[in-house]
Ligand binder design. Structure first.
Ligand code: HEC
Length: 364
């Protein structure tokens, strides 16, 4: 037994000394153009993947469908990332081929949102990928993650268009002026919008629901009042006619109480958010759809605006309408905002997410 321990210790010492001599001798080629052997590369790849998976697994992902977040991310990406990761329509440059490991072309796949967030925030050791978390807050990093989900499938023209419409870096802070927002409700300062949203939440609680008229007493009646106001920034009428037609068909189906048509337009994986509460398609079919139809039947609806924005093989459609409705027996004028995220499915468009917000109509 004692002999065995001495022998093992001896071998360990030899190995350590061997590593020391190897390092000290300088024969290892550290050049980036001298690539790792296959087993070393496989080991490092496994280390990298397992480490990122583990560190990213509990990160909570915010709503990545918000067009304003995506627009902001487009601007950030164009400013900081294309030198290493390219973009649609961008040719190979002189730096990338010399980098080892090679930065992946991020227009060619959609990285997992949690892992992308972690890598952008913390960077990757012994690679060119910088940690951006020191200079950028989490919200800004999420904007890049949101944009990365949209970039694959974008044509060069769509990419240029979205970058051109992205907010400039200097007005990217939260309270930054909405220089080109459309619709009266989106104008004015962030405080005004927040106050309006507060009122809307109060009304929603009054009504028990942001859309349904009579008091349903679900737990979400007290939905968090912190939900950010929906922004329709970047939406252009006629930008994606097919998606806009699907959005109009969806609104018409709801107004006519045509349950089958409503459900046919919703993709199987669709999520429906009303007043800060989110349901799956099946939950919605069993629960709020009936209340929404009943409520809309009693309302007079005037469309205010509708526009869309292409996002690779998906599109966003944002719209506003005024609703003259009865809430708890009292007549009320509400402005409803709707944001749909649609995916092209063969020749037709399917809705993958719906966001609704309702607020009292702003003073004109
Ligand atoms: C100086 C070059 C460089 C810059 C600039 C750079 N990256 Fe990277 N990035 C890399 C490299 C290299 C890797 C691959 C690291 C590895 O494989 O170990 C990488 C990996 C990534 C990954 C992981 C992709 C995967 O395989 O899942 C993401 C996401 C990413 N970068 C996003 C960004 C974003 C967003 C920016 C801009 C804010 C950016 N990078 C800027 C070099 C760069």
């Amino acid at each position: 037994m004692k002999r065995l321990i001495v022998t093992l210790a001896f071998f360990c010492a030899i190995v350590v000394a061997g590593i020391g001599v190897f390092v000290w001798s300088g024969i290892y080629n550290i050049g980036a153009d001298d690539h790792h052997t296959k087993p070393v590369y496989a080991l490092m790849k496994a280390l990298r993947e397992r480490s990122i998976e583990r560190h990213a697994k509990d990160i909570a992902v915010p709503n990545l469908d918000d067009p304003q977040l995506i627009l902001k991310g487009a601007g950030q990406y164009a400013a900081m990332c294309t030198g290493c990761h390219l973009a649609p329509g961008m040719a190979e440059n002189e730096m990338r081929p010399g980098l080892y490991p090679q930065p992946p072309e991020l227009a060619k796949f959609r990285p997992d949102p949690r892992q992308a967030f972690w890598v952008i925030k913390h960077g990757v050791k012994m690679s060119a990928m910088p940690a951006w978390g020191g200079s950028h807050d989490d919200a800004t990093i999420w904007s890049m993650v949101a944009f990365l989900q949209r970039m694959p499938g974008m044509t060069p023209a769509q990419y240029e268009d979205i970058v051109a419409r992205a907010p400039q870096d200097h007005d990217m802070d939260e309270a930054g002026g909405h220089s080109h927002s459309h619709g009266a409700a989106a104008d004015g300062d962030a405080h005004g919008a927040a106050a309006m949203e507060g009122m809307a939440m109060a009304m929603a609680r009054e009504a028990g629901h942001s859309h349904a008229a009579d008091g349903d007493t679900h737990e979400h009646a007290a939905a968090p009042a912190v939900e950010a106001p929906l922004s329709l920034e970047g939406m252009k009428p006629g930008a994606v006619p097919g998606a806009e037609a699907a959005a109009r068909a969806f609104q018409a189906a709801l107004q006519h109480g045509d349950r089958a048509a409503v459900l046919a337009l919703l993709a199987a994986e669709a999520r429906i958010s009303e007043g800060g509460h989110t349901q799956t398609r099946d939950e919605y079919a069993a629960d709020h759809l009936g209340a929404d139809i009943a409520f809309l039947k009693t309302a007079r609806i005037t469309p205010v605006s509708l526009g869309s924005m292409p996002m690779g093989d998906t599109a966003m459609v944002g719209s506003e309408s005024d609703l003259q409705a009865t809430v708890k027996g009292k007549p009320a004028m509400l402005r409803s905002r709707e944001m749909l995220n649609l995916r092209k499915d063969g020749d037709s468009w399917k809705i993958v997410s719906v966001q609704w917000q309702t607020a009292p109509v702003p003073e004109e």
